[in-house]
Design a protein around this ligand. Structure first.
Ligand code: ASP
Length: 337
């Protein structure tokens, strides 16, 4: 039992409660509705990466920094959903705050490649239309999640990569930064020393808005020390990200090669669609079942079309936070059992 999970670490987090390895919350009021109907339920869940981080290796100060950042990010998305904003906006804006935060392996805090560079991947999917966008191996786009959304909404493509993706981002007036932007300060390097054996920090977000639309997004610097322009699951629709109004929205984190081979995000949706499973059962079947048996380490977050959420992982830790209309709100890092 990791007591850190139970610590209330700051006044700002006073209302936050404890999460177990997998949570599922039912909203109090969900009416059946189509995408055009205003419903009352909304839900949002985020992750900040999964890994075999031991509780004793996380100082109270670092834990507080992570929890405060997760709380701020979930608050961004929660406000958008509470005000009737779209799941897509909530996902994009929430992920942007995590990309701008050097604590996470996405955007500013992206890990370094074998050659000492930063190559970022991101994807986003709209569950109401099955439209999707992604960028891979980009080096100078400040917020890859926004570039992914631009690919979805302003191009006929699903995935752009490398220099071409940068050219597209420039043409669509997205913020371009010098590669040095991703070289973070000494404090971050100190943190890397402490955590260098831990691969975590990819960020993801899934949301259900009051119109019943689902969206999911994922953004990452990829695996530490990666080579040969390796691209993981995060920008691959169906592997790291998936959303479909009739089933669920899913964002994954972990050893990307496994998530691609097992098409993890889509598999959760497919189990719900074809087997009639609940989100919680489908997520467990994939993450604690076939993925774990294959040696694939990681986890996922998800929201279903009724506002139930899931956060499940087969590693020691997964940074995460959630907020559900008329329900609970919280942050958690380790398993509670
Ligand atoms: N899934 C990411 C990748 O393989 C890494 C992570 O989530 O930690 O690129």
């Amino acid at each position: 039992m990791h007591m850190k999970t139970t610590l209330i670490v700051a006044a700002a987090l006073a209302v936050f409660s404890v999460a177990s390895c997998r949570q599922s919350h039912s909203p109090e009021s969900v009416t059946s509705g189509t995408a055009d109907t205003i419903r009352q339920a909304w839900a949002i869940v985020i992750h900040g990466g999964a890994g075999d981080l031991a509780a004793e290796n996380l100082t109270p100060e670092t834990e507080m920094a992570y929890r405060t950042s997760l709380a701020a990010a979930i608050d961004t998305g929660k406000r958008i959903l509470q005000q009737g904003g779209s799941a897509l906006d909530a996902v994009e804006r929430t992920i942007r705050t995590l990309e701008d935060n050097p604590l996470f392996n996405a955007g500013r805090g992206a890990v370094f490649t074998h050659d000492g560079k930063n190559e970022l991947d991101a994807s986003i999917m709209d569950g109401s239309s099955l439209m999707a966008g992604a960028v891979a191996a980009v080096t100078d786009i400040k917020n890859p999640i926004s570039a992914a959304r631009a690919v979805m909404e302003q191009s006929p493509h699903v995935m752009l990569s490398g220099a071409g993706a940068s050219e597209f981002a420039r043409e669509h007036r997205l913020e371009i930064v010098p590669p040095s932007y991703f070289f973070t300060d000494r404090r971050w390097n100190d943190l890397q020393e402490i955590l260098k054996k831990e691969k975590h920090g990819t960020v993801g977000c899934c949301a259900l808005d009051v119109r019943g639309n689902l969206a999911a997004g994922t953004s990452t610097g990829g695996m530490d020390n990666k080579r040969y322009n390796r691209i993981g699951d995060s920008p691959v629709i169906g592997a790291g990200t998936y959303a479909r109004n009739q089933t669920c929205a899913v964002s994954c984190t972990g050893h990307g090669e496994f998530f691609i081979r097992y098409t993890v995000a889509h598999d959760v949706s497919a189990l719900m669609e074809y087997r009639g499973m609940t989100l919680a059962a489908a997520a467990d079947t994939v993450v604690q079942g076939k993925l774990k048996r294959a040696g694939g380490k990681g986890g996922l977050i998800g929201v279903d079309h009724q506002g139930n959420i899931v956060m499940t992982f087969n590693t020691k830790a997964m940074f995460r936070a959630w907020a559900v209309s008329k329900g609970s709100i919280g942050t958690a890092i380790f398993e509670s059992k």
